[in-house]
Design a protein around this ligand. Structure first.
Ligand code: NCD
Length: 304
């Protein structure tokens, strides 16, 4: 049985297959409406979410399946002190597949050891977010046509932004990729991510605090929110939260072919005036998330 805990659990070929399947679903939705009839997805969300949980639920519904679960730890037995392992052992008996989000890094991995059904990591603390990365990869494929020869600017909270960590890992496997890491000093990409994926593969990268200086070089600008919930004190958050604000004026310096991505939710880091720019693709990106999650559910449930 296969789980998805880390994006590197999937080979490049498996990612291609998922992307092809997602495209097939986009083009022929009717062919998929009954694929998961009588199957149940449990969404165990110990931490807030809008897109990830709803897109998982919509994905399962569009496959003809059912959904059960909870959307906050307070409404589950975790609030009574139940361990993740025990919750999973029980839910394994009620559902066919689990999507789990947890504030503690590694919790979905622990869950997968105990589970009798596939577990999908829907975000673990400041660590990983593999299904956002699948969403990002489908977006890049649809908007840029492929993954090779791209200069990717990652901007904002690269320290706590789990979507960034998984995306760096995934993109490190493609040809002629370059990373431009744009963040305040305090929110730099963790060295374990840099060492494991960028340095180990000799991928060229630059680090800067100034978005303006580098925006003109980018094929993709991946903006992120400063992750308030991971800060130890509010003062630091307040000081850093508006480090980057992408405006229409700043977009003038970017190439006509650059795309702007964001996993959402957005706070202040992209001004709403940018939304009408054809290069802004974050709302399309959110939509792609449902289709790639449909493809993933089919794969893990071994449904053709
Ligand atoms: C991201 C997350 O949860 O890490 N959101 C999402 O799943 N689309 C990004 C974020 O919360 O900033």
């Amino acid at each position: 049985m296969k789980h998805l805990i880390d994006i590197m659990d999937l080979s490049v070929e498996e990612i291609d297959e998922l992307i092809d399947k997602a495209k097939s679903i986009i083009n022929n939705p009717d062919d998929y409406r009954e694929k998961c009839r009588y199957k149940k997805l449990a969404t165990l969300f110990f931490e807030p979410s809008t897109r990830t949980r709803l897109s998982f639920e919509a994905a399962m519904m569009e496959l003809g399946g059912n959904v059960l679960g909870f959307s906050e730890a307070q409404s589950s037995s975790a609030s009574k002190g139940e361990s993740v392992s025990d919750t999973i052992a029980v839910v394994s008996g009620y559902a066919d597949i689990i999507a789990m989000r947890h504030p503690k890094e590694g919790a979905p991995l622990v869950a997968s050891y105990k589970s009798e059904i596939p577990v999908i990591n829907a975000g673990d603390g400041g660590h990983n977010h593999p299904t956002q990365t699948l969403t990002d990869l489908l977006t890049i494929k649809m908007e840029k046509g492929g993954f090779d020869n791209l200069t990717i600017g990652l901007c904002g909270d690269l320290k706590f932004g789990r979507t960034v960590h998984s995306l760096v890992a995934a993109m490190s496997r493609y040809k002629n990729v370059k990373f431009v890491l744009i963040s305040p000093e305090e929110l730099k990409l963790p060295s374990y991510v840099k060492n494991m994926y960028i340095k180990k593969n000799n991928i060229p990268y630059t680090q800067t605090t100034a978005l303006d200086d580098v925006i003109g070089e980018l094929d993709i600008l991946y903006m992120t929110r400063v992750q308030r919930e991971r800060f130890f004190n509010e003062e630091d958050y307040l000081r850093l939260k508006d480090s980057y604000i992408l405006t229409a004026d700043k977009m003038k310096k970017a190439s006509d072919n650059m795309i702007v991505m964001h996993p959402l939710p957005r706070v202040n880091e992209i001004s709403t005036e940018v939304d009408n720019d054809k290069r802004a693709c974050y709302f399309r990106q959110a939509k792609y998330g449902k289709f790639i999650r449909m493809a993933l559910i089919l794969k893990l449930l071994e449904v053709d």
